[in-house]
Write a protein that binds this ligand. Structure first.
Ligand code: ADP
Length: 293
């Protein structure tokens, strides 16, 4: 069974930062979103799952194999796209992918050629395969990253903040590729962007300060907030009064005035109107709650 099980994972860096605190998650096949602000511990968790660093405490199992005790086996079935990685700028996509395929042990020339061509097709890079990577846009580079991560036909694919710097069109293309892969693969996607998770993931967790503050299905979370989120445009000078009187979960500016969303079990009156909760409300309500606790 291809299933990732994380149990009681903790990691404290030598400088004392508690990057992971007793994290437990069950991650099935499909797209799993890891949502959290910068510094929440997402990259630490992903590097640990990718066997690049070890936890102080806790275990990770994939398909029943303990990842720390079976690093080599896990690496054979793992695809990892880190947040930042270097590409050789003066080499074409096709040449580099072919080279990486050799390094990954695809020694049979014909099979390798077919694999490289198929991956370039899959990531919509076939037309530009002869171009040097140095001239690729951010989106093309990310798609190349996915192509190289798929060389091993991974059963577990980890992508860390993949949409940073992508324009909306590129972001969509990238999502479509991931979505197709996730039909047969455990795909873990980290992001601090709520929309990334909302559009793609069937399961998710919110992490904050190294802890899981919520995990489950986005649809369930939205259901839980139904009828509890209210909105009002207020004046700047009234802000602090509202923050004292209501459980404010987020604030945006509209034409220079603050628009606040609040959480309330009963209709608050006072000019607030009920709104349909979105994942951003879920996210902020839990991050705020966690801060207050
Ligand atoms: P995220 O990916 O959610 O932004 P990270 O896992 O990168 O979070 O970081 C979690 C916390 O651990 C942050 O406070 C960060 O500064 C700290 N951290 C990350 N890597 C190291 C490291 N190698 N040494 C010390 N502290 C680190």
């Amino acid at each position: 069974m291809n299933h990732l099980k994380i149990t009681n994972l903790s990691k404290t860096y030598p400088n004392g930062v508690k990057a992971l605190q007793n994290i437990s998650l069950d991650i099935p096949i499909g797209m799993f979103g890891l949502l959290g602000p910068n510094g929440a511990g997402k990259s630490t968790l992903m590097r640990t799952i990718a066997t690049l660093q070890e936890p102080d405490v806790g275990t990770i199992e994939f398909g029943g194999l303990n990842t720390t005790e079976n690093k080599m086996e896990i690496r054979k079935i793992l695809g990892y796209l880190p947040q930042q990685y270097g590409l050789y700028p003066k080499v074409s996509a096709e040449v580099l992918l072919n080279h990486l395929a050799v390094l990954k042990g695809l020694t049979h020339k014909q099979a390798r050629k077919e694999m490289v061509a198929a991956l370039l097709q899959k990531t919509n890079l076939y037309q530009v395969r002869k171009q040097n990577l140095g001239g690729f846009s951010g989106g093309m580079k990310q798609r190349f990253g996915i192509a190289q991560a798929l060389l091993t036909n991974p059963k577990l694919l980890i992508v860390d903040e993949p949409t940073a710097g992508l324009d909306p069109g590129e972001r969509n293309r990238f999502y479509n590729i991931l979505s197709e892969i996730s039909e047969q693969t455990v795909v873990i996607l980290s992001s601090h962007i709520v929309d990334d998770i909302q559009e793609l993931c069937t399961n998710m967790a919110i992490i904050h300060q190294g802890q899981v503050v919520l995990s489950g299905k986005p649809l369930t979370f939205l259901e839980d907030l139904k009828g509890k989120v209210y909105q009002k445009t207020i004046l700047k000078e009234e802000r602090s009064n509202y923050y004292q009187s209501y459980q404010v979960i987020s604030e945006k500016l509209f034409l220079g005035n603050p628009v606040i969303n609040i959480l309330s079990e009963t209709p608050p009156g006072n000019g607030f109107t009920p709104i349909l909760a979105n994942l951003e409300d879920v996210y902020f309500s839990h991050i705020e709650k966690n801060k207050q606790d």
